[in-house]
Design a protein around this ligand. Structure first.
Ligand SMILES: [Mn+2]
Length: 304
């Protein structure tokens, strides 16, 4: 793989989830050696610092159907601007959360940059959950259960409108991988929007190799390439215990590596994002270390 200039942005946001702690994700992944290990691969690494985020203590949740929507949208707007500037500089955006609601900002930034060149982007979303609730369907009102819906044009206007157009990503270029816990009223959106969903059943039956080959094809069809948004809870809790909402029956460490290796080999990866690392629930930082391993595979690390 060609050497890249990789720029890290941390987004210490925990406004979108129900459990505290994912705001420490960016620190945990830095402590796990992210920068030096990316540099050791032959890339140039820059740490762009953190995007400022409001503390939940300083704000009221307000709308119970979309808690902290205002400050989340504000953070996503800042993040999207930073991501655009990274692309302007010819660098590769690597975003580390924080809860998964930050993906709206990342996707908005990448899609805006490509839209100004009259190109669209695809999206691969790795997750135990579909993240396709809306304020109308969400049982919890936690915005981290809504970002994929927002990226494909459903949800609060404060978030869906951050992109260059509505939707930021065409549903037919969006792929979900690894889901195994979908809310009752969320199902309909998963079924009807045109997003391709590879549940754990499909991963089991087809194998990650075929799933990822197909996913890359779908996300690349008519686009400049794709962003990969990786929620650590997509992995099995045995390998990634430090996540806010663990769900048994996830992908193995090796399957997750294979996914990132395919993304790297496709040549179409436009941005990469690691979310939902919760150091409070982790065991000696192993989930952050796993996230670093995943990033390295996504940036072209091979076994031999
Ligand atoms: Mn998620």
């Amino acid at each position: 793989m060609e050497p890249k200039r990789v720029e890290l942005l941390g987004v210490p946001m925990d406004l979108g989830g129900g459990l505290r702690g994912v705001d420490m994700g960016p620190s945990a992944i830095r402590i796990a050696g992210l920068g030096p290990r990316i540099a050791a691969l032959g890339h140039t690494f820059t740490d762009g610092g953190n995007v400022p985020v409001r503390r939940p203590e300083s704000r009221e949740a307000r709308d119970p159907r979309a808690r902290f929507l205002g400050p989340i949208a504000q953070c996503c707007r800042r993040l999207s601007d930073r991501v655009e500037r990274i692309l302007d500089a010819g660098s590769f955006p690597l975003v580390v959360g924080g809860d998964h609601s930050i993906a709206v900002g990342t996707v908005a930034g990448i899609s805006r940059w490509y839209a100004s060149r009259e190109q669209r982007i695809g999206l691969i979303w790795f997750d135990a959950h579909a993240d396709m609730n809306t304020p109308e369907t969400s049982p919890s009102g936690n915005v981290h259960g809504m970002p994929l819906a927002c990226c494909i044009g459903h949800g609060p206007r404060e978030l869906t409108s951050l992109g260059p157009r509505l939707p930021m990503v065409a549903p037919q270029n969006a792929v979900l991988i690894g889901i195994r816990d979908v809310d009752e009223r969320e199902r309909e959106l998963v079924r009807t929007t045109g997003v391709k969903a590879y549940t754990m059943r499909e991963v089991d039956m087809l194998g990650m190799d075929r799933v990822m080959r197909e996913a890359v094809e779908i996300a690349s069809e008519g686009t400049a390439g794709f962003h990969l948004s990786f929620d650590l809870d997509g992995c099995d809790p045995h390998v990634a215990p430090g996540v806010g909402t663990p769900v048994p029956g996830g992908v193995t460490q090796r399957e997750a590596h294979l996914m990132l290796e395919h993304a790297a080999e496709s040549g179409g990866l436009l941005g990469l994002e690691m979310t939902e690392i919760n150091p409070i629930l982790d065991e000696r930082n192993r989930t952050a270390e796993l996230a670093v391993d995943m990033v390295l595979s996504g940036l072209g690390k091979r076994i031999v």
